[in-house]
Ligand binder design. Structure first.
Ligand code: ACO
Length: 474
């Protein structure tokens, strides 16, 4: 494993190309790092400045007296090799090369030169062509993206820059807390596998979300991903599904997007969840990051709308989940609290008259029933109920039960339901605006549940036969 400890826990960070002009990329990075509250030493490097943002500026990294573990390099591409040389001499361990203008535009030799010089000093390179990285436990933000990041347990690795920066904002809106964001760009040296492997052991990360265009070392990637997916879910959005998309990826980061169906099969074997859209990836991430894993596959739907229940049932079926009848005990207990016209099948239809108390009681009973493994709870707007109260009932039922089970919620309707959805999201109860998304996200939990079992079995088998994962698929 590549030891990335000092990248994520550096004693000092140099921003090379920190500019006197506030809107240049180097300045935004410096400002983000200061504002993020990084507690190590920050060294702006600029031969033309004495001081930037109140910090003493240095003409080069070798002029710095303190320890610099990371150099974030934001000077034009042709200047990067010399900066790397200087950083190497100063004992820098990691260079994060922001500059574009390398392999992605045909400058392969320049990119190779950067890696060659770094290697000479045992320095590792992130990028080039990246927007920087974030690690919230160390209060680091060396990106030129936003700074309103919610700390949490999801690590996000992006091969795309602009999309990565934009998704930092999406994560905030979705209420998804972040442990790390890493822009890997052209991956001239450190790649997905290195970061996945390290984050697999990172106690601050419980899920890894990746936007990927292509991988070069497939064998190593599968080995690493298989091991890590036993510990935590890995969700990948793999672009270049179509031929045209693959061509676009090649001109974006110089990646070979490859054959999508090969990726699909390799991901399946490694326990990776392949998301087809960004929306799906974020939906799944919330469900997986905020829920425990189920103990079995008995999913129960509780709804106040028959049609929404049917939609949710269909969406679960798309993920291979068939609903079973609820137990006689649960049915008998529900009968005590619900009106005679409520339907006690699965979905449990509380009917349009359902109030907050019915939701509270039926969720509590389902959580306490040992036959129920997971819950999809659906609320459709009605004229008689306040979605805020329903959200409160869901929250209270989860809080007061001693049984933790996976749950996803749909709040369907208008602005008031969206507000209730946001309220539940703030409490880390994965909530969606449609029954299909709530069910699909529950489906993703089960996809991971089975993928983990599958990988466990496969690795055991491989171990027995003393075969590596690659030998097996060759
Ligand atoms: N060491 C330190 N500082 C230096 C050096 C040096 N050797 N040489 C020059 N500088 C200073 C400059 O004087 C300048 O400071 P000043 O403004 O106070 O004079 C500062 O460093 C920056 O240098 P510039 O030449 O002004 O470079 P600029 O900031 O315009 O651009 C950059 C550099 C951002 C790296 C640009 O070349 C580039 O590649 N931009 C694209 C970045 C990008 O998009 N990356 C991919 C991200 S992913 C995405 O898609 C979002």
């Amino acid at each position: 494993m590549v030891d990335l400890y000092r990248l994520f826990n550096p004693r000092g960070i140099a921003i090379v190309g920190a500019s006197r002009e506030p809107n240049k990329i180097g300045s935004v990075i410096l400002r983000n790092l200061i504002e993020a509250g990084y507690e190590g030493k920050i060294y702006p490097i600029n031969p033309n400045a004495q001081e930037i943002m109140g910090l003493k500026a240095y003409p080069s990294i070798s002029a710095v007296e303190g320890t610099v573990d990371v150099a974030v390099i934001s000077v034009p591409a042709p200047k990067v090799p010399d900066v790397i040389e200087d950083a190497g001499k100063a004992g820098v361990k990691f260079a994060v090369v922001i500059a574009s203008g390398f392999k992605e535009v045909g400058n392969v030799a320049l990119e190779e030169e950067v890696v060659k010089r770094a290697k000479k000093y045992g320095m590792r390179v992130v990028g080039p062509n990246v927007f920087g990285y974030v690690y919230t436990p160390s209060k680091i933000n060396t990106t030129f993206g936003p700074n309103d990041i919610i700390p949490g347990n999801v690590a996000f690795i992006s091969q795309s820059g602009a999309l990565g920066v934009a998704l930092m904002g999406t994560a905030s809106v979705e209420g998804l807390g972040i442990s790390a964001i890493i822009s890997i760009g052209n991956k001239a040296d450190l790649d997905d596998s290195d970061f996945i492997e390290y984050l697999g052991d990172d106690p601050n990360t419980n899920l890894i979300l990746i936007y990927m265009e292509g991988i070069s070392e497939g064998q190593r990637f599968m080995e690493v991903a298989s091991k890590v997916s036993l510990k935590k879910p890995i969700i990948i959005i793999k672009s270049g599904r179509s031929e045209a998309g693959a061509r676009a990826a090649a001109s974006h980061t110089g990646s070979l997007a490859g054959n999508y169906s090969l990726y699909k099969s390799a991901f399946r074997q490694s326990g990776i969840l392949l998301a087809e859209t960004i929306e799906q990836a974020f939906d799944w991430a919330k469900a997986l990051a905020w829920n425990p894993l189920p103990k079995g596959d008995n999913v129960v739907i509780i709804t106040n709308g028959g049609g929404a229940g049917v939609q949710a049932t269909d969406a679960l079926a798309d993920y291979g989940i068939t609903l079973r009848r609820i137990s006689d005990t649960l049915a008998a207990n529900l009968k005590q609290i619900l009106p005679p016209f409520a339907s006690l099948g699965n979905p449990i239809d509380l009917t349009g008259l359902a109030n907050a108390e019915w939701y509270y009681q039926s969720i509590s009973l389902a959580l306490d029933d040992p036959n129920v493994d997971s819950l999809v709870v659906i609320y459709c707007r009605t004229g008689m109920t306040d979605p805020k109260e329903i959200a409160g009932a869901i929250k209270d039922a989860l809080k007061s039960s001693k049984n933790r089970k996976p749950i996803t919620v749909a709040m369907i309707g208008g602005e008031a339901e969206y507000e209730a959805m946001r309220e539940l999201t703030r409490e880390h109860i994965p909530t969606y605006p449609t029954p299909e998304r709530a069910s699909a996200s529950m489906g993703a939990i089960y996809r991971y549940y089975y993928a983990k079992k599958y990988v466990e079995e496969r690795l055991k088998e491989l171990d027995k036969k003393k075969l590596t994962a690659l030998e097996r698929i060759r």
